[in-house]
Design a protein around this ligand. Sequence first.
Ligand code: PLP
Length: 416
Amino acid sequence: MTFSSFGKKFTRFSGITQLMSDLNEGLRTPGAIMLGGGNPAKIPEMQDYFTQLCADLLAEGKLTESICNYDGPQGKNTFLTALAEMLSEELGWPIEAKNIALTNGSQSAFFYLFNLFAGHQSDGQVKKVLFPLAPEYIGYADVGLEEDLLVSYKPTIELLPEGMFKYHVDFDHLHIGDDIGAICVSRPTNPTGNVLTDEEVMRLDAIAHQKGIPLIIDNAYGVPFPGIIFSQATPLWNLNTILCMSLSKLGLPGARCGIIIANEEIIQAMSNMNGIISLAPGSIGPALALEMIERGDLLRLSEQVIRPFYQQRVEQTLAIIRRYIPAERCLIHKPEGAIFLWLWFKDLPISSQTLYQRLKARGVLMVPGHYFFPGLEQEWPHTQQCMRMNYVPEPELIEKGIIVLAEEIERAHREG
Ligand code: PLP
């Protein structure tokens, strides 16, 4: 059997595939402490809510109705209209149903969007997607149909009190040439929990307008839902912005429902791509979310249940880390949103990959930081000094994992 170039690119066992299968293996190892994956928390109140919601929809025949029919390629009409109304009321954006398309998870949206704006153009030019601030989401790394589709830039680092730090876009060194087809940021950022400031987003928006390219904002964790954001940040959308949202971090990753909000031309393109690639996006997520909007629960639960849950969990986790690991050994990116902590072991004598292997050997899974720099061309030792941990598990489990981490850090320093 010979695979095509597409086949070869999309079937190779990349670093991330290796890592994901490690994480999966960890899941099946009894006693393993999983601080690696991106699964959202099973918040008891949300689990109960979804169970009841499914039961109600089933009793009313709406669930059966949704699984027995294809929606249109743009996604379930009634949901698009309700969502557009809710977002324009809530945020004052001039959004209508024609500005929204659904995809099977927002991961598929990035596959569509990156390949829409980057790669070979009809005039022979090759365009790229630019990440103005790496570390960035690992899921972007391999979605290009062509090689070398991504380029990213190192941030500046602001040191903060209490062993914290924050990344900022290094506008002085950011170069956006004619070979850039789109700018993309996750806000809040996976893996760091960073939230780009309003000023940074406004500057990126201005650059994108000036260059005539879209600014893609990945809002998988942001406002107004699921609302996993702890700092003040104004959401941005205009006809040049492509805002990507998802039902996953609300607690519904299995519904595979991504939401793209953009100008009509882009929505039409997404809809056509959906038609060709998957006929239509799945209909269960939109059916559940429509009901949540109609009951006034989508935003209420985001604000009153989801955000407080994660806020409390992150504070507990920070306290646990500091009980065992002092700031001289480990700096922590200020957690402003998302479901991860980003740990920086500045003077660690071993790389984060070695630390990952040592932790894994002891049943603790975290993700080594070097995976999160897609498209970074410069050498930067910092990429080998960080780890991402998920703070979703129970605090008792997190504490066990942190004790092992603290021991491995001390061991590495002793062996120096
Ligand atoms: N964007 C970010 C920043 C993420 O962290 C994730 C998942 O972890 C996604 C997008 C993809 O989410 P989904 O495809 O489940 O909507």
